[in-house]
Design a protein around this ligand. Structure first.
Ligand SMILES: Nc1ncnc2c1ncn2[C@@H]1O[C@H](COP(=O)(O)OP(=O)(O)OP(=O)(O)O)[C@@H](O)[C@H]1O
Length: 596
């Protein structure tokens, strides 16, 4: 509760006030019943001369006052707890979002956006019900139990003691059901539920695979088994474990009045005020079941506390995500060069380093290509320039300054990154491109789109540049989406461009257009060359680079121009030979197809 209420700030006091008001409301709620008890006692005492009972109207007004007061207190309490709950949930969301804004971008590679959304939004929502309703209701239930016990012993301690018998039996049943082996059952039940949800999600995600490979639903045995396991556990818990104590508890609560009978039989012969004894018997018979009911409500609160604790832990997990530390004394990059100075880097939890002692330079205004076998570390190296991750050791310099000493906003202004994967929002194409520079005019966006060879894409979309991406009919191929991302980078007009796998998805027609878009991107709006660090698989795209750096298993194995690398007859020369063979194979098979 402390960790949760810390999110409510000064409004946490309202939670305590709300609970106190709810408890008071419950105590005030006893008022009408006590008034009824007094009225009944007076009426029985004067029976059958009912008119002799002169205070009945007074009791009536008091009862009305208590009832109205109880409702008013309850509403005031709920108002307080709601104000605190909403502030708590909104602060949870705000703090998580704010923190994510300062988290290294690499964090989003390892944490799925859907899961993060569920944490930020879903977990905050989960705590609302606990703080707004369950907590004040529990305070009310506790007050009810204590108030009832006090009343029971105030009116007639002998009948009060008799009422405790069903309470004690019911309590024992609940402890039996929820403690010890019952708790074991509960833990296994929760684990089984989580497993079922997890395998269910995997199953839904895997439906395309089931279809493509003509698999039957039975191929997802894990999901089926998880459902079976959950069913058996739930049935065992309900039938084998809870059936007897639950039945016993319900029986003693329902028949609570029975426990009063022996007491009345024992005390009645010596009782002088029979009217009072009869009224007490009626009162106790009616209200003896209230305490076990309130106790059940309090005990089931533990489930709500458990799920709120889980929600708070998840939000705290997001808040613990590493942030990009802003430098105390930021420095300005002196030019647009990039330099890797003995850089090593390992992903969190990875056994092997993704990069080891990598050094190379991209002089201002030049184009350097990173090539090498899959998993060699190209994407990782490119990601270190805009600080998606921070290096383990060594330095990445931009304009001669360590990127960790540059203000993150200034670094982002200097570097445009074209992502490997499609990062388009469900907004219009115009807004998607404008995300790079929100103050850009419509004309500037259109010019950037045109420079990125996107005219054919706009022509085929129903509303041109105003078409919402992802809406009906507005889907783009991988190559087309990449051209839009190049348009973004062109609009951003940053002096340094990092291109990651920019041609990985392209078909030949798209590739020609992407090449043209690259050419345009490689020069700024005044025609001056930008600094380009390019990750590429297709060797044709890197042939004209000023320098090619070959990365293999995280190490620079060679570097130089295309011709120099061919002459040195190393890994690049072998890759080039393979590439040429693949191209000639493709041409000959195309030609064979044409002849046929
Ligand atoms: N988010 C990550 N967490 C842990 N390990 C990672 C992560 N991303 C990449 N790796 C590992 O780091 C190494 C380098 O990967 P990287 O993606 O940089 O290589 P790459 O040369 O770009 O490969 P490809 O050409 O296939 O894209 C690989 O061993 C990879 O498995």
């Amino acid at each position: 509760m402390g960790r949760l209420l810390a999110f409510a700030g000064p409004r946490r006091a309202l939670t305590f006030l709300g609970c106190a008001l709810s408890a008071l409301s419950m105590l005030a709620g006893f008022g009408p019943y006590v008034c009824i008890w007094f009225a009944a006692r007076d009426l029985i005492a004067v029976a059958p001369d009912w008119t002799a009972a002169g205070s009945i109207a007074v009791y009536g007004w008091w009862a009305l006052g208590f009832a109205t007061g109880s409702i008013a207190l309850y509403f005031a309490g709920l108002m307080c707890t709601h104000l605190a709950a909403f502030r708590c949930a909104s602060n949870m969301r705000k703090r998580a979002i704010e923190h994510l804004m300062h988290t290294s971008l690499g964090y989003f590679d390892t944490h799925a956006s859907g899961a993060l959304r569920r944490v930020v939004d879903g977990c905050a929502a989960e705590t609302e019900g606990l703080l707004a309703h369950k907590l004040p209701d529990t305070a009310g239930s506790v007050a009810m139990i204590l108030g009832m016990l006090a009343l029971f012993f105030a009116f007639d301690w002998r009948l009060g003691a008799a009422c405790l018998v069903p309470v004690a039996v019911s309590l024992c049943c609940m402890v039996y059901m929820m403690g010890g082996r019952g708790m074991d059952f509960m833990t296994r039940y929760m684990e089984s539920l989580v497993k079922m949800n997890k395998t269910g999600t995997e199953y839904v995600r895997g439906i395309p695979v089931v279809k493509v490979f003509q698999q039957t639903v039975n191929s997802f045995r894990a999901f089926h088994d998880a459902i079976e396991e959950f069913t058996v556990l739930a049935q065992d818990y309900a039938v084998k474990w809870c059936q007897t104590p639950q039945a016993l508890s319900l029986t003693v609560i329902g028949a609570a009045a029975v426990f009063l009978v022996p007491v009345v039989v024992l005390v009645a012969p010596g009782e002088t005020d029979v009217a009072r004894l009869s009224t007490n018997f009626a009162f106790y018979a009616i209200f003896s079941a209230v305490i076990p009911t309130a106790m059940t409500r309090v005990m089931f609160m533990s489930e709500a506390f458990q799920s709120a604790a889980d929600a708070v832990s998840r939000v705290e997990g997001v808040l613990a995500a590493p942030v990009i530390a802003a430098p105390a004394a930021p420095k300005e990059p002196r030019d647009t060069s990039i330099c890797f100075d003995d850089v090593s880097f390992a992903y969190e939890g990875a056994e092997e380093a993704a990069l080891g002692h990598v050094s190379f330079t991209v002089p201002a205004g030049s184009t350097v290509a990173l090539v090498g076998p899959s998993g060699g570390g190209k994407t990782t190296a490119a990601s270190l320039v805009p600080r998606f991750w921070d290096v383990g050791s060594g330095r990445v310099l931009v304009g001669g300054v360590d990127v960790r000493d540059i203000d993150p906003a200034v670094l982002m202004d200097h570097v445009a990154f074209v992502f490997q994967t499609n990062r388009l929002f469900s907004q219009s194409i115009l807004e998607n491109v404008r995300a790079a520079r929100p103050q850009a005019t419509r004309e500037e966006v259109l010019a950037a789109l045109s420079a990125a060879q996107c005219d054919d894409i706009l022509a085929k979309l129903p509303d041109g540049v105003d078409t919402v991406y992802g809406a009906e009919g507005a889907h783009l191929s991988g190559g087309e989406a990449q051209r839009l991302m190049i348009a973004r980078a062109i609009l951003k007009d940053a002096p340094i461009v990092v291109l990651d796998e920019a041609t990985a998805f392209a078909d030949p027609e798209n590739e020609v257009k992407i090449q043209a878009a690259f050419k345009r991107l490689a020069r700024d709006c005044n025609g001056r060359p930008r600094t380009v660090l390019m990750v590429a698989h297709r060797l044709s795209t890197v042939r004209n680079a000023d320098k090619i750096v070959v990365l293999d298993r995280g190490h620079v194995v060679e570097s130089g121009t295309h011709d120099e690398l061919l002459a040195s007859d190393g890994l690049y020369a072998r890759m080039w030979a393979d590439y040429e063979q693949a191209v000639s194979w493709k041409i000959s098979s195309d030609a064979a197809g044409e002849v046929a």
